[in-house]
Design a protein around this ligand. Structure first.
Ligand code: HEC
Length: 283
């Protein structure tokens, strides 16, 4: 009898457990995006820095693939020295691009090679031109995209957030890696795409108006790294994370200094308190 109760109890418990699991992982509802896998990023932790080699490969991906549709208008070429380029390399890199300047002495606008102080040249002069070249969809500027697609980042205490795990910030990079490196799959049954749309598991709503930009060996990495789709996605996410938060490393250093200061200051206060009470007790 007892045993029967026991097993009935077990069965009930198991059923409850299965029920909860069922609840915890609902079948992906239509239009709900998949959760990007959490990647390891070099910049997390108190002393984390941007992986220069990955950021440089990411610049290559941005330049050779993304830059035909997406601008990066808040980044100046000279900022690239942050990720390990020399000033001469930056000069040479910038000079490949043309910027509109002027007016000259005849009142005319003209084009000249870009200089390190110029911002990255955008592929389109304005949003309307960008939309008209992309079937009505707007390829957003990528300068702040990692921050804009992150959740739980920003506001007060950024030094500390930056110093700790900055999970929030990394979630933007996780999204970018997943969207470009893993997300393009066949549309599930029952999902109709309009012409000029693709299906991407990580895009909210599923439909995306960006053709899959990455292909295996779509770029040939200068450092010889194998250019799988996922590798390219990871590298461009690293590069764009730097573009979004170029001061991250400095902020972490400030954060660490502030923490050390606070620790010393606390120690000092404790010592003073002990001394004071020791005097009080003596009297
Ligand atoms: C052929 C043009 C084209 C290329 C090349 C391209 N994109 Fe896009 N991208 C678009 C368009 C158009 C959209 C807007 C999509 C939409 O709104 O559905 C977009 C949207 C995006 C978004 C925003 C997704 C969101 O969450 O809203 C990101 C991020 C992005 N692109 C990154 C990249 C990166 C990184 C590359 C290079 C590896 C790249 N794109 C290459 C056209 C392009």
């Amino acid at each position: 009898m007892r045993n029967a109760f026991k097993s009935a109890g077990l069965v009930a418990a198991a059923a409850a457990l299965v029920g909860t699991l069922g609840f915890a992982q609902p079948a992906q509802a239509a239009g709900e995006a998949a959760k990007p896998p959490q990647m390891e990023w070099s910049w997390t932790g108190p002393f984390g820095t941007f992986d220069r080699a990955s950021a440089q490969r990411g610049l290559q991906v941005y330049t050779q693939v993304c830059a035909s549709c997406h601008g990066l208008e808040q980044v100046a070429y000279r900022n690239l020295t942050d990720i390990g380029y020399t000033e001469d390399q930056v000069k040479e890199f910038a000079a490949q691009f043309e910027v509109e300047d002027g007016p000259n002495e005849f009142g005319e606008m003209f084009f000249r090679p870009a200089e390190p102080s110029d911002k990255f040249v955008s592929p389109f002069p304005n949003e309307q031109a960008a939309r008209s070249a992309n079937g009505g969809a707007y390829p957003p500027d990528l300068s702040l995209i990692i921050k804009n697609r992150a959740h739980g980042f920003g506001g007060i205490g950024q030094n500390f957030l930056a110093m700790l795990q900055i999970k929030g910030f990394s979630s933007g990079a996780d999204y970018m890696h997943a969207l470009l490196g893993l997300g393009y799959v066949d549309a599930p049954e029952g999902v109709d795409l309009l012409p000029g749309q693709w299906y991407n598991e990580y895009m909210p709503g599923g439909a995306i108006a960006m053709p899959p930009p990455l292909y295996p060996d779509g770029v040939e990495y200068e450092d010889g790294t194998e250019a799988t789709v996922e590798q390219q996605a990871y590298d461009v996410a690293t590069f764009l994370a730097w573009a979004s938060e170029p001061k991250l490393e400095e902020r972490k250093q400030t954060g660490v200094k502030v923490l050390i200061f606070l620790a010393l200051f606390t120690g000092l206060l404790i010592a003073v308190k002990r001394q004071t009470w020791a005097d009080v007790k003596k009297h």
